[in-house]
Design a protein around this ligand. Structure first.
Ligand SMILES: [Fe+2]
Ligand SMILES: [Fe+2]
Length: 326
């Protein structure tokens, strides 16, 4: 069995002081927004506690689907590199960037340079656009990293998936289907109509759904909405689950966004008969600690059924040996 952890929307804080030059850009609206909304909602030990708990589960690999920083300043990008190094080695952690990692023109290039070992494929030559999509194979699982991040105008957080990435992704997925790997696609923006507000949507999602329809995948992971969602896209042999996870830094108690959580996917079986279980673990809504939130099996016919829970209760007492005679 392969165990894949999924974290997203780290939004590492606190924000460093900005220079006047940095404030004279789209960052000024983000700076005000962060101080108004995110400073309190996403500061404290929420992220540290969640990552500590995730590490204790000893996953085989960790997928991080973007928004590692807030305004993509140089200091934030460097701090995120340190955070990644603490999370795991580049061989065990795969990253795709989010819109906040590409906050202003030029930021995406710097984020990708700084985090390069974490978003470089096994064969970098196959990628088409700034190194995306990339592909990594770990055991029976192939991880495909797509970039939807781009700098946008103030008050917009859209993403883009273009024809070039679609063609390359389709080719990679086709190859992995032939080799019998379980294919996981990572993208920051949800490739689903209506999943995000219009100003935050993915532009080009029709290319993504076409790739899924024609070549398919076994699992799509995304972030961006900060919500726990499950959608399905049509694939050539059944449905493809599209799973979103809440922000890893969200403090409990927010009326609109679920508290910080990660997903743990258990992947088993073989081509044509894969078994996929999603276990959601994170902070309880009342802030009393970390627990299992939901456990379900995702079936290729588009059903999600209750999974066997992991029991943390103490083990039953060992049967005592009964001695006969003296
Ligand atoms: Fe985010
Ligand atoms: Fe985002």
């Amino acid at each position: 069995m392969f165990r894949l952890a999924h974290l997203s929307d780290i939004h590492l804080g606190p924000l460093p002081d900005l220079t006047l030059r940095e404030l004279a850009s789209k960052r000024v609206t983000g700076y005000v927004n962060w101080h108004r909304n995110r400073r309190l909602a996403m500061f404290g030990t929420t992220l540290i506690d969640l990552v500590t708990d995730m590490k204790a589960q000893v996953p085989d690999h960790v997928a991080v689907t973007g928004d590692l920083v807030n305004l993509a300043t140089k200091k934030e990008t460097l701090a995120a590199r340190v955070w990644l190094e603490e999370l795991g080695t580049p061989a065990n952690v795969s990253v795709v960037p989010g819109n906040h990692d590409a906050y202003v023109p030029g930021a995406l290039k710097r984020s990708c340079e700084e985090w390069k070992p974490y978003l470089t494929g096994d064969n970098p030559l196959t990628a088409v656009s700034q190194g995306f999509p990339y592909i990594r194979v770990r055991g029976k699982v192939a991880l495909l990293g797509v970039c939807s991040a781009e700098a946008t105008a103030p008050f917009f957080a859209t993403g883009a998936f273009n024809r070039g990435q679609a063609v390359a992704l389709a080719r990679m997925l086709e190859t992995c289907r032939a080799t019998g790997h379980f294919r996981v696609v990572m993208i920051h923006h949800p490739p689903i109509s209506g999943a995000a507000a219009w100003s935050k949507r993915l532009i080009g999602k029709q290319f993504f759904s076409k790739v899924m329809r024609e070549v398919g995948a076994e699992l799509v992971l995304h972030g961006h909405t900060h919500l726990d969602t499950l959608y399905w896209l049509d694939g050539p042999e059944g449905k493809v689950p599209v799973v979103g996870v809440p922000s890893a830094s969200q403090n409990p108690g927010d009326p609109e966004k679920p508290a910080a959580r990660y997903n743990l996917f258990e992947i088993d079986g073989e081509p044509g008969a894969w078994s996929l279980t999603q276990r959601e673990r994170g902070h309880r809504a009342d802030g009393t600690g970390i627990d299992w939130i939901r456990e379900r099996q995702l079936l290729s016919d588009g059903r999600a059924i209750k999974a066997r829970p992991i029991i943390d209760a103490p083990k039953a007492e060992e049967p005592k040996l009964v001695m006969f005679g003296s």
